[in-house]
Design a protein around this ligand. Structure first.
Ligand code: BDR
Ligand code: CA
Length: 315
């Protein structure tokens, strides 16, 4: 089987980190680069987290630092969800490789240019790096096979009543991406808030007994507390949906729709507005992922974590 070359772009972040666990464990993917973006925390923090996650998981692709802030909006961070470090909880290994000398968009462009087959970008933070890539290196667009994102939602938001955090953070970047014509798959809150991992799932993850599984259990034990306080019945572990909807589409429900990004609204800036009734007259530009088989999600996490049974790094 030919592996799909992928770039992992994110703002880790507990759920970004778990998304990367799935990506590294999948035999379908060849991880060509990892790029950080400001979002859940500052770029300094998301970049060091990205490098530590790579050291933990044995991802040996180059890691590059991405956008310091959104294209025009003021940056916000999500320390309430992810803690002061952006990845609070268990101790992590130090990075085991130097940061790339290239900025994220240049590394992305290099990987795409040099790839023999189309590259998939999995973007689980604000879409700033992807938009800046398309602006700075428009010639690589035709070699991007697909972009799979965590962001948005067709029914509600989580950072404002209408907008989800990743799109709220940088709506202009999302607008560029959604209008790029590149095949786009969107895991919004519709599906990701059903990708709930509950406290009674934790013993199964701890029980796996390898180092990565213990750390993932520790991340979840930290990450579920804030959402439980505000009324969720566990941790909505959003970002892995952007990976799994590529590797295991059979556990999801999807629908092709025209989706636009609200840039102006006083109450709705950053909303992903989906046309279910065809009144825009526009052809679908997004495959919206709308639901997940949660039990399979947990089974697949356990399966993915067993890929690390023989890995142990110094912490
Ligand atoms: C998104 O925001 C971040 O806090 C998570 O990592 C996820 O990508 C959910 O709204
Ligand atoms: Ca994220």
């Amino acid at each position: 089987m030919d592996k799909i070359p992928v770039i992992l772009d994110g703002d880790p972040g507990h759920d970004d980190a778990i998304a990367w666990v799935f990506a590294k464990a999948s035999p379908k993917f060849d991880i060509k680069a990892v790029t950080s973006v400001a979002g859940n925390q500052t770029i300094e923090k998301t970049t060091i987290n990205a490098r530590r996650i790579c050291a933990l998981l044995g991802i040996d692709a180059p890691v590059a630092r991405g956008a310091v802030k959104p294209m025009t909006a003021d940056p916000v961070t999500a320390g309430n969800w992810h803690g002061d470090s952006g990845l609070d909880g268990p101790a992590m290994p130090e990075p085991d490789q130097e940061l790339s000398e290239l900025p994220a968009v240049d590394l992305m462009a290099k990987v795409i240019r040099e790839s023999e087959t189309p590259v998939t970008i999995i973007a689980t933070g604000p879409q700033t790096n992807v938009a800046q890539l398309l602006i700075a290196h428009p010639e690589v667009k035709d070699k991007i096979g697909k972009i799979s994102i965590m962001g948005g939602g067709v029914t509600h938001g989580n950072w404002s009543p209408a907008a989800e955090f990743n799109i709220f953070e940088d709506p202009e970047a999302a607008w560029i991406e959604f209008h790029s014509g590149i095949p786009l798959q969107m895991c919004g809150l519709d599906v990701t808030e059903r990708a709930i991992i509950r406290p009674d799932d934790f013993p199964r993850i701890r029980g796996i007994g390898n180092q990565v599984a213990d750390i993932v259990a520790g991340w979840l034990e930290f990450f579920y507390r804030y959402p439980m306080e505000i009324g969720y019945d566990g941790a909505p572990v959003h970002d892995p949906c952007a990976v799994l909807s590529l590797t295991h589409p059979e556990i999801f429900k999807m629908q092709d729709l025209y989706v636009d990004i609200e840039l102006e609204g006083e109450y709705t800036r950053g909303e992903t507005v989906a046309d279910f009734i065809g009144s825009s007259g526009k052809r679908p530009n997004v495959t919206c992922v709308l639901d997940i088989d949660r039990d399979r999600y947990i089974d697949l996490l356990v399966e993915a974590l067993h890929a690390f049974d023989c890995r142990e790094v110094k912490i």
